[in-house]
Design a protein around this ligand. Structure first.
Ligand code: FPP
Length: 248
């Protein structure tokens, strides 16, 4: 029996964000190079995307490459970029078949040209798909995103498009990379690490956090169902008391 039967389809998180961690350790456990872990991480990307599409989750954001990841050995960075290009190309039929729209957040313009091209093409090709929106966080970090937003707000104030009084939480959200998407309600991090690592710091303000020791390449559909069941067992209070939340 699949755990998916225990999921209440009426109370699904609209947006799930994932930090895919543990590829390197998974490879080491299998006596292989780190890139072998990333390669096997791709099947977990496929599984999570398919599971979300099947369930009816509307948005899935995956942390595929952080601004800090440039500090890794050059051969690993190069291999990750190659893998990204190849994966986007190979997964196009799966995206189309599952009605998935691809989007990206992050400093995309600083990625290698080949990567940008592949990405822009896939985003264009999938833009009329109406099922799951799969968002890749690429060359992304929340502090970078917030810094850019502040620069843009300041520029709009100095050109009188905005006044300081106009700055509200909604306005700030509209200057972020994620302006087209609702905030995630559930954030999953694999591999036992319990950190946010500069991921969606503004957007995760009210998210439920779920940490699992499972390494990313082993994170299959059933593991995703477990996270959603755990999420559904929690009471989301948004600062209110339990009594207030449970008023019928
Ligand atoms: C973290 O594991 C994983 C990454 C930095 C990269 C994730 C990339 C993929 C799964 C491949 C392609 C993805 C897409 C969306 C097409 P780690 O290397 O930090 O593992 P460690 O902590 O065990 O060293």
């Amino acid at each position: 029996m699949s755990l998916s039967d225990q999921i209440n389809k009426k109370r699904l998180p609209t947006h799930i964000a994932i930090i895919m961690d543990g590829n390197g350790r998974w490879a080491q456990l299998h006596g292989e190079q780190r890139i072998f872990g990333h390669q096997n991480g791709v099947s977990a990307v496929r599984a999570a995307s398919e599971a979300c599409a099947e369930l009816g989750v509307k948005f899935l954001t995956l942390y595929a490459f952080s601004t800090e990841n440039w500090a890794r050995p050059k051969h690993e960075v190069d291999a990750l970029m190659e893998l990204l290009v190849a994966t986007i190309r190979n997964e196009m039929p799966t995206l189309m078949k599952n009605n998935i729209q691809l989007r990206a957040i992050g400093d995309i313009h600083s990625l290698p040209d080949k990567c940008q091209l592949e990405l822009v093409e896939a985003i264009e090709e999938t833009k009329t798909n109406t099922g799951l929106t799969l968002i890749l966080a690429l060359n992304y970090s929340a502090r970078w995103e917030l810094t850019e937003a502040m620069k843009k707000i300041a520029a709009d104030i100095s050109s009188s498009l905005l006044a300081p009084i106009d700055i509200t939480e909604d306005l700030i959200s509209s200057y972020l990379e994620t302006s087209d998407f609702p905030d995630p309600e559930l954030m999953i991090r694999t591999s036992g690490e319990q950190r946010l690592s500069n991921y969606l710091l503004w957007q995760l303000a009210y998210a439920e956090l779920y940490f699992t020791p499972v390494l990313w390449p082993d994170f299959d559909k059933e593991e995703l169902y477990k996270a959603i069941i755990d999420f559904q067992g929690r009471e989301r209070r948004f600062g209110k008391t339990s009594e207030q939340v449970n008023v019928k």
